[in-house]
Design a protein. Structure first.
Length: 629
């Protein structure tokens, strides 16, 4: 049985409706590809595959057979997020689209779709960013990914190979490749591949055997984000010597066309992707949250003389914000909460008066950010006999990663669990955390910051049973559902903390964090670009201090491009030492901190936050006014 037919039968048995939508869409796509003077194809985060037959003035959805979007409030409308689109320049009715981890082919211009199989070496965690159909061989498909390189099939998806292993320019170390923004296969010479890598793009093409790769200078700079690339038919077939095909690259600001081996020119008549137009509420929140420089304060330091000392430190260093644990990493509410659900779970263990905290901070003009870990929560894990805890497929009990301990004197072996994860698919878990955020909003905090808004990444992940997962629901969609619910209730700025790699690359299939999706709901994204947490092989050609600065500079630039104008970027800066860094002397570790801040402030950021779990900010020497904009 073919994979496409099996896919239809499987999801029908699972009770997943195939989404059917054909109708006018009142928005432009996020990615657009020109097919002819009037015909354009596009894909949208929420509206699936779109087609325009009037030069981009109006768009119609063609999504019969594409899997449905599974996002709260589960109205049954929309299709799964599509990340890329391409077509066969010699047969434009052959169209290929991708979700983050699936391929769908149409042979009739989008009227119907069937799934194309993906298999080893392609993995579940790989995130698809770009596609190419071979106009000289309809069995050949090339797939570009966010961090796993380039894959190719020569037999319509039955088998795959990773061809980026022979392209040394792409490898970044530690198993990560540069993002493949776009790919295209030559309509002139079978096997010649073009690829764009990085968010602003470096363009390469190969010879037919792909042993030689040649760089092509682009006509645009780093201020433009490359979105797509494909060959189109030339509209000048009457002039002797004119090309039959030309290469088109679309960015977020313009469309560029290249006559291979000759010249570039700008296409002024190409429709641009959807603009972002914030509503007044969003504009207010962005303005309120912008330009915030601060430190993290644990709940144990959020009262009395300790609080006074930290607030004075913020003032002395010319900073203006604090991040305080209102819910700690174990799930306990650390302030004097009256939230009924938290009282019922036994989560309320006050360590400070929130009234005192807010009064003292606001008197000094200090902006207060309430930190709330979400899916890492030992209290909710144990509540109601572990109903909301992750389950173990093998034992039927609750799931967790166990750590081995050996007594040095007796040799006795014991095991303990240090992290407790609740089910990110659970609506009760979403409602519980949003309820806490609502109470804090009413009490007067300035911003809600969600941390541990992800799936677990350590332990035997294959043994996890997600009891509350709806059929067909992706991890990205679970986190999106929580953010949709939070955005309905929270009217002050929302920020969220993301892994460093999840802010550097487009991701989501692994731990659910996808920066593009998140940026549609939150006002601030705080990438945790801690240099010590990146694998040593990553950017290993740089010295340690140069590497730290580059991680923050390039990482923040990438985050800003991926988030667009929808969210501010306010990174967490590593104000602590670990591992070999502990051998640093005072001057070196101060420089280490300052180089991180220098990289941050030379990029498209709006402030930063210092993180030290023990609240010992010994790495800070002078005020940061030289870095503030």
């Amino acid at each position: 049985m073919k994979k496409s037919a099996f896919f239809v039968i499987l999801i029908a048995m699972a009770g997943i409706p195939l989404f059917s939508a054909t109708g006018n869409i009142n928005s432009r796509p996020d990615i657009i590809k020109e097919v002819g003077p009037d015909l354009h194809y596009g894909v949208s985060l929420r509206n699936g595959f779109l087609k325009s037959e009037d030069g981009g003035r109006s768009w119609v959805g063609y999504n019969e057979g594409l899997p449905p979007r599974m996002v709260y409030p589960f109205t049954g409308s929309g299709v799964k997020m599509l990340t890329s689109v391409t077509y066969d320049v010699n047969d434009p009715r052959r169209v290929l689209v991708s979700s983050p981890r699936e391929l769908f082919l149409s042979e009739n211009g989008g009227d119907s779709w069937s799934e194309v199989s993906l298999s080893y070496p392609f993995k579940y965690s790989n995130y698809i960013t770009s596609l190419a159909l071979n106009p000289l061989d309809n069995r050949s498909i090339v797939v570009g990914t966010s961090f796993s390189g380039i894959f190719e099939t020569a037999d319509s998806g039955q088998t795959w190979t990773r061809i980026s292993d022979v392209i040394p320019e792409l490898y970044r170390g530690a198993g990560f490749y540069e993002e493949i923004t776009a790919v295209a296969l030559s309509p002139y010479d079978n096997g010649v591949l073009y690829y764009l890598c990085g968010p602003t793009g470096e363009l390469y093409f190969s010879d037919t055997d792909r042993r030689t790769w040649i760089n092509i200078d682009l006509p645009f700079g780093k201020e433009e984000r490359a979105l797509s690339m494909n060959f189109i038919r030339s509209d000048d077939n009457d002039t002797p010597g004119s090309p039959a095909y030309i290469l088109q690259i679309n960015t977020d600001k313009a469309s560029w066309v290249y006559n291979p081996g000759r010249n570039w020119w700008w296409r002024k008549d190409m429709p641009l992707p959807a603009d972002y137009s914030p509503d007044p509420g969003k504009m207010f929140r962005l303005e309120k949250a912008s330009g915030k420089y601060g430190i993290y304060i644990s709940s144990w330091h959020a009262s009395g003389e300790r609080l006074d000392k930290h607030l004075q430190f913020v003032i002395d260093k010319k900073m203006n914000s604090i991040i305080v644990d209102m819910k700690d990493d174990d799930g306990y509410l650390t302030y004097d909460s009256r939230f009924s659900s938290a009282l019922e779970t036994g989560a309320v263990t006050p360590r400070f008066s929130i009234e005192e905290l807010l009064q003292k901070a606001h008197e000094k003009g200090i902006y207060v950010i309430a930190r709330l870990p979400v899916f890492k929560d030992s209290v909710l894990y144990r509540y109601d006999e572990g109903r909301y805890a992750l389950k173990d497929k093998n034992t039927g009990g609750t799931w967790g990663k166990l750590f081995k301990n050996e007594d040095e004197e007796t040799g006795e072996i014991t095991w303990d669990q240090r992290e407790f994860w609740v089910d990110p698919y659970s609506e009760f878990v979403w409602e519980y955390n949003v309820g806490i955020a609502e109470e804090l909003q009413e009490l007067g905090v300035d911003e809600i910051q969600f941390d541990y808004i992800r799936f677990p990444t350590d332990g035997d992940l294959s043994a996890i049973q997600y009891s509350f997962a709806r059929p067909g629901m992706l991890r990205i969609e679970a986190l999106e559902s929580f953010l949709v619910m939070a955005r309905e209730k929270i009217h002050i700025p929302i920020s969220t903390d993301l892994y460093g790699f999840n802010s550097w690359y487009r991701m989501g299939n692994w731990n659910g964090q996808n920066i593009e999706m998140v940026s549609h709901y939150v006002d601030v994204i705080s990438p945790m670009y801690y240099p010590s947490h990146f694998p040593g092989e990553f950017l290993s050609d740089l010295s340690y201090l140069d590497r730290a600065e580059e991680i923050y500079r390039e990482g923040s630039r990438r985050s800003s491009l991926l988030a667009g104008q929808r969210s501010l970027i306010r990174p967490y800066v590593q104000a602590f030492l670990m591992g070999p860094e502990l051998k640093m002397e005072d001057e070196e570790y101060t420089m280490y901190l300052n180089r991180q801040i220098k990289g941050t402030e030379e990029s498209a950021t709006s402030g930063f936050s210092l993180w030290n779990a023990s609240n010992r900010y010994y790495m800070v020497s002078d005020s940061f006014t030289d870095y503030f904009r």
